[in-house]
Each structure stands twice: as C-alpha cells, then as structure tokens.
Design a protein around this ligand. Structure first.
Ligand code: ADP
Ligand code: MG
Length: 239
C-alpha cells in the first residue's frame, strides 16, 4: 500500500510564520500526482516532509495507512529524485545506481538483476562504467532515475527533476518518466513550478501558493473551472 494522506499538515522553520498551513490531501495508490506552484510556495518543504528529511511541525502524515511522522527516511519505503541529481562524482554509473542497495545489504545477485533491468529500461547499459562527469545532463538524470528504479519502492518523490535540462530533452523525459511510473505501477508525487509540465503529466494536480492549497483536481478541471483568480492566472498563463 502506498496511499499517502496528509492530515492538517503545517510547517514553520524556527518559529517563524508557517510556510505550510493546514494541508489536507489524499494521494491514491498508483496515481501520478503533481505539486505545482511558484518558487517559495512550499513545494520542496512538503515533499521533504513526506520523505522524512524535514520535521513535521503539525498534523499527521500517513503512508499506506500508517502514521509515519517520526519514521526515519529509510523506513518509509520510498525513493526520491532531486533536481541536482545528487550523484557521487567519484563513483561509476553502476556504483551510483547500486549505492542504496549496497547500504541496505541487498543480495549481490539481486543487485545485478535489478541493475540490468534498470539499465535496459533507461538506456544506460553501455554507460555503466563511466563517471558522472563523462555523461550529458540527460544521461545523468537517467542515472538518478535508475537509483530510484532499483529501490523497488512503491512510492516515488521527484523534486523538479528536469529543471536542469534543455527544452527538447525535458519534453522527452516527461514522457519517459510517465512511462516508467505506469510500467512500475508507482505512486508518484512530482514537484514542478512549470504549469505545462503539471498539465501534461499529472493525473491530478495540486496548486500551492504561499503555503496554502489553492485547488486540487484533474488538469482539465483546473483549466476549465479554476476556483480562484490565482489558479486561473497561474494555469492559464504561458510560461
Ligand atoms: P518551493 O520548493 O516551492 O520553492 P520551499 O519549500 O523551498 O518552496 O520554501 C518555502 C518557504 O520556506 C520559503 O519562504 C523558503 O524561504 C522557506 N524555507 C525553505 N527552507 C528553509 C529552511 N531550511 N530554513 C528556513 N526557511 C526555509
Ligand atoms: Mg523547491
């Protein structure tokens, strides 16, 4: 089970004003859910709380029906892909992809099987012995995806994973990520500040502004029936 429930979630850093305020939301198993909003609206903070990388100030977070507020990241059965890829420069592609499995002491044979599957899926088979500096931006992004694929975690969190890529590659990678999510049956929570990306990728979208939910719904609903001026302007405006 990888359903995610946020119950009245709030967050403040160092007793300053809330950067997230009363977030209530249920993300269904197998759903591609997009969190979209302008810079500073609280997207990364929310994703990092779900991952367990940031304390939750108020409310409850449930994954698969269990409250996980105080569970460390490694016990949440999820994977995360960051904007800057976060690859280890001194390790090869293979070592980068397998890093998490080695740490979890997954059986060697099982590691190799997962590596082979992921490399085939992502077109990395011929690049396994290279170092990150010998790869293009798109290839590095695929390595970061590979790390998430081999984890076999049912829940995947992505924070602006395509923002360092050029427009053409970005368009290709959107399709690849959707295909991967479907094929693996992942529950996806995908953060972007790009309306086009949100509208083309999401089963459902949540628009966030200044730490508050503006609207949650299918892309077509947000487009045709925005609930307020912010959503109308944000979704309707070209990038
Ligand atoms: P987004 O990802 O939508 O750009 P963030 O979640 O990064 O937004 O930031 C939301 C708000 O929280 C911003 O006002 C930001 O300055 C503040 N913030 C983020 N991280 C920290 C931190 N570690 N300490 C203090 N304030 C932070
Ligand atoms: Mg962010």
């Amino acid at each position: 089970m990888s359903q995610v429930e946020l119950i009245n979630i709030s967050k403040s850093y160092d007793k300053q004003k809330d950067v997230l305020d009363g977030i209530n939301l249920t993300i269904e198993e197998g759903e591609f859910f997009v969190l979209v909003g302008p810079s500073g609206s609280g997207k990364s903070t929310l994703l990092r709380m779900i991952a367990g990388l940031e304390d939750i100030t108020g409310g409850f977070l449930k994954i698969g029906g269990h409250t996980v507020n105080h569970l460390p990241p490694k016990d949440r059965n999820l994977s995360m892909v960051f904007q800057n890829y976060a690859l280890y420069p001194h390790l090869t592609v293979e070592q980068n992809i397998l890093f998490g499995l080695k740490a979890r002491k997954v059986d060697k044979q099982e590691q190799q099987k997962r590596l082979k599957d992921a490399a085939e899926m992502l077109g990395l088979t011929d690049l396994l012995k290279r170092k990150p500096r010998e790869l293009s931006g798109g290839q590095r992004q695929r390595v970061a995806l590979g790390r998430s694929v081999v984890s076999h975690a049912p829940l995947c969190l992505m924070d602006e994973p395509l923002s360092n890529l050029d427009a053409k590659l970005r368009a290709n990678m959107r399709v690849e990520i959707r295909r991967l999510q479907k094929r693996l049956g992942l529950t996806m929570i995908y953060v972007t500040h790009d309306q086009v990306e949100a509208m083309t990728m999401g089963d459902r979208i949540m628009v966030l502004n200044d730490g508050k939910i503006q609207q949650v719904g299918k892309p077509i609903t947000l487009y045709n029936e925005p609930e307020n001026l912010f959503v109308a302007t944000f979704i309707g405006s070209p990038k």
